[in-house]
Design a protein around this ligand. Structure first.
Ligand SMILES: [Zn+2]
Length: 278
């Protein structure tokens, strides 16, 4: 079995699919993860800073093949996570793009991310924005990046679209290396990713069951859980029931729940075939 939550990324790094790994966590977990990656032979550099749209104080680890590369990642992000950032908006986008490229993210997905953070509307979750922008009628479940808090994922970036070809190539390659190591773990990840999800503008997420007919309706809704069955996002747990009964229109929007509308991504619609048949 995979022995810990860092392994999917480690396997992708070891196989050469990911040039480097960036992890944000708390200081205690960061120390343990750093020791583990070093034992596995990687170069690790750590720092602390304010991360993401909500500027959450975090420990950040950069795992690379050389100390120089890990240091460069830290240097690129230094101004982005500083308490009083001194760089202007164009520089922020430039640094984010550089960081994404060094972590191996596709250019189209990096450009979409930068376009989102260039002009974020107030009071709307970045997660909802990325889900809305990436929405397609037939998404690839392997590009489901909405279960990152539960550490169920094949990619660790937001895809520009949920059928992005470049992101799909990465996700399929990661799936293959995970499956080569632990077929049951790969199957569990694939299964969990292939469930329809709802994201609300406040950032709450739910796994939903769709009743398909003349109209699509949400028949059941539950909070995401990690592979051990634990709820790790209490906000989503508190609010997932509100989606039950809502109608989903042809563009994935839920009626009458909130404004702007929550968005439903039907990851259960397309059965991804590459690497299945375990
Ligand atoms: Zn893309």
């Amino acid at each position: 079995m995979l022995s810990g939550p860092i392994d999917v990324e480690w396997l992708a790094f070891r196989a050469g699919i990911k040039p480097a790994i960036r992890i944000t966590t708390d200081v205690r977990r960061a120390r343990r993860a750093a020791a583990r990656f070093r034992n596995l032979g990687a170069c690790v550099v750590g720092t602390t800073g304010l991360v993401g749209a909500n500027r959450i104080p975090s420990a950040i680890l950069y795992v690379a093949r050389s100390r120089r590369e890990a240091e460069q990642l830290r240097l690129i992000e230094r101004d982005l996570v500083a308490e009083a950032p001194e760089c202007d908006p164009p520089r922020v986008l430039e640094l984010n793009a550089s960081l994404g490229a060094r972590l191996g993210y596709p250019k189209c997905c990096i450009d979409a991310f930068c376009a989102r953070i260039a002009n974020p509307p107030a009071g709307i979750s970045v997660l909802w924005l990325s889900a809305r922008d990436a929405w397609v009628a037939s998404p690839s479940s392997r590009l489901n990046s909405l279960l990152l808090p539960e550490r169920i994922r094949l990619i660790t970036f937001e895809p520009c679209r949920y059928d992005c070809a470049a992101a799909s190539r990465i996700a399929d390659s990661v799936f293959q290396v995970v499956r080569d190591t632990d077929a049951h773990a790969a199957e569990a990840i694939d299964r969990e990713l292939a469930r329809p999800m709802v994201v609300a503008p406040d950032g709450c997420r739910a796994l939903v069951t769709l009743e398909r007919g003349d109209k699509t309706r949400i028949a059941a809704s539950e909070a995401p859980r990690d592979l051990e069955g634990n709820v790790v996002d209490p906000e989503s747990a508190r609010s997932s029931a509100r989606f039950v009964g809502a109608l989903v229109d042809s563009a994935g929007r839920l009626d009458a729940i909130c404004d702007p509308p929550a968005v439903c991504i039907d990851f259960g619609r397309v059965v991804t075939t590459g690497g299945r048949g375990l």
